[in-house]
Design a protein around this ligand. Sequence first.
Ligand code: GUN
Length: 291
Amino acid sequence: MQILDGIKLAKEIKQEIKSSVEEAVSQGKRPPHLAAVLVGNDGASQTYVNNKIKDCEFVGFKSSLVKLPNTVSQTELIEEIEKLNNQEDLDGFIVQLPLPSQIDQEEIIEAIDPKKDVDGFHPENFGKMALDMSTFLPATPFGILEMLERYEIPTKGKHAVIIGRSRIVGRPMSILMGRKDFPGNSTVTLTHSNTENLAEYTQHADIVITALGVPGFLKADMIKEGAVVIDVGITRVDDDSEKGYSLVGDVDFENVKNKASWITPVPGGVGPMTRAMLLKNTLLAYKSNIR
Ligand code: GUN
């Protein structure tokens, strides 16, 4: 078993982005600028957004945080988005999900200018992704592709089984893994919570990508010997540690690691790659050079 080290790779990518920013700034250009919209005070969302802002500082981006109360209305939120759409010196922004229940999430995502949608969530960008066109790729699937490429994991013609069909991870991952123009070019099966006999698919997979959010779901007897295992799941599980919780993936790591050829740890696998790819998308927006 070998570890796919997301922390190390993300550091390399951030270093590359930092050099690119330094070069632009040394030529007298303004630095790239990313904004995040955070609604309410969900602990996990606050942590994610704070981390994104720290990442911006590291690579030399300007960052802005727009904090709105949990009670914000649909109209107020759309007004904030319009301001960001029209802000000249802003390259991209994200609206951290999930949003409170009074908000229509789809309408919010559609209000974002696709050219500033560095999450790649806008239906226009999602459609372009599915049609092999140049666009922002959603950060988590993009990070997984980058990881497979940099570790030189063979994917062409391989059977990739994805567990979970979310709009952020599973669905775009299934599309990207099947595209010819990326590390991918795989034969893809998209499984989900209603799949019957799910293990029959995963047992035949060369690559398993789990994004289900069920701690320890993927057991050793569900994979074949030598499979590549990518764990996107990250669930807070209460325990008696100092923090009061730990972060647990979808994979029963201790047992699966003995059977897998490559495996991502949680934390320290996919998460840092997601963060790095948001920066990469912002840099692409800045250079108006989307992939
Ligand atoms: N919530 C969980 N993951 C993400 C993400 O990648 N982007 C946004 N905007 N919200 C999220």
